[in-house]
Every structure is written in C-alpha cells, then in structure tokens.
Ligand binder design. Sequence first.
Ligand code: SAM
Length: 253
Amino acid sequence: MNKQVISFPTYTLYQDSCFKVLKKLDSKSIDFIFADPPYFLSDGGITCVGGKISSVNKGKWDQTISLKEKLSFSKRWLKECYRILKDQGTIMISGTYHIIYIIGFVLEAIGFEIINNITWIKKNPPPNLACKCFKHSSETILWAKKKNSKKYTFNYQLMKKLNQDKQMSDIWVFSRPGKKEKLYGKHPTQKPLNLLERIILATTNENDLVLDPFMGSGTTGVASLIHHRKFKGIEIDKTYFEIAKKRLLDVKE
Ligand SMILES: C[S@@+](CC[C@H](N)C(=O)[O-])C[C@H]1O[C@@H](n2cnc3c(N)ncnc32)[C@H](O)[C@@H]1O
C-alpha cells in the first residue's frame, strides 16, 4: 500500500518506494522520464559545504553498496521504466561516476540506445579537501530512447534559439541551486531548476506526461508544471516528499 498519494488534475505525487509504485503504472503510458537516482557515494568521507568541513554522507538511501548491488538496483527500476515508457518516449538519467557507468551499461543491456552524453558543469563546485584528485565539478546526464524507435521528441529549434541561435552542445553550465530554490527545506542533492527546465523543454511538448521515480525535492515536477506538462513523482522519504509537495503547490500554472 502507498504511504501517501496526492493527486491533482495535472500531477500525482507518491510517497513510497519507486519499486512498489512503478509496477502499478500502465505500460507505455509515460512520454518522458527524468531520474536522479542515489549515487551511492556516501562512504563517511568529508566535503566542504558553505565553506565548512562537512560529512559527504547524504543519507541512508545513498550509502555505498557493492557493485553487484548497484547493478541489481539499477536493473530493477530501469526495466520498469522501459515498460511504462511510450515507444517514442525518452529517458534522461543524471549521476556521478559512482553510478552512471553502471546505468549506461544497464540501459544498453535492456534495450535502450543512448542518444547523448550530456555533461553538467557546476559553476560553483565545492573545493576538494583531500587534495588527492581533481576538484569534482561535473555530473553526467545520459539521454536514451528505445532501441527500435525511430521517432522521439527533440525540440532542436527551441534549443538553438535559447543558445543565441547556435546549435546547442552537450556541455551545459549551470550553478547549483541557490537559497531561492530551497524556501521549503533543503535536499542534499537538489538539482537546479534551470537545468530541469532545459531538459523538459528539449524533450517534451505541452501536455506530455513526465515521470520522476526519485523525485527528491520535486525539481522535475516544478519544471514540468511551469511549462504546462503533466507530472508523476515518486519519493520514498517523507521529509523530501513534503518539500516537493510544497514546491509544486507553489507553482502558478
Ligand atoms: C539524488 S536524489 C534526487 C534529487 C532531486 N533530483 C531533486 O532535485 O531534489 C535521490 C532521491 O531518491 C530517493 N530515493 C531513494 N531510494 C528510493 C526509492 N526506492 N524510491 C523512491 N525514492 C527513492 C531519496 O530519498 C532521494 O531523495
């Protein structure tokens, strides 16, 4: 049973595990999926937050697990995403090197084909305190379609227009979200709203149905509603679910 479901004409939010909810969604019913799954990087190390030494740990949901476990976790949710995605639908998944290569492997293995490997360069990354490697300042976003489908939505002309009338590349520079986007509470891995707005505008049309199985603070939902798309979001953690709920209620559609 779902722990909490709230439903409006343009969106539905589920507070539960995506492994339970995805199974209940109709096959070939979703136009676009954006997923920002756990990176499994929380290993007790240190980082820098707001100029102060801080734990790298994001929460129990992000604790480092074995390679085999990461593979099995990724296969479970991605197979369901393949089933519920329309034949002409596409999926974008964001992650760091801790998970993204496994996801790339699983995507290909279950019948997806990668369209783009987008690099999000963070304008304001925290310094690397250990000084034993380069400063981490990017994340990868994989964009994929079903292998056998020839047609999918890509609003090429709009992307060009938004890029001073030049072809847009797969290198995107955005700052991490600021205070204005955290009015209802903080999420440790919240995505910037302008990054999600670009993603939604590039890959969907008005009234399309967007799904985020790891919704967190609801950034994908906010971007979807701003641009008149429909949205379904799933989040296991009650605190993050409440933040998402408030952020979506605040959108003037
Ligand atoms: C990387 S964060 C997503 C952040 C989000 N993109 C945002 O802008 O706020 C991953 C989220 O997945 C949630 N999560 C982890 N396991 C889950 C599961 N099995 N089902 C649903 N949500 C899950 C975590 O609680 C966390 O909020």
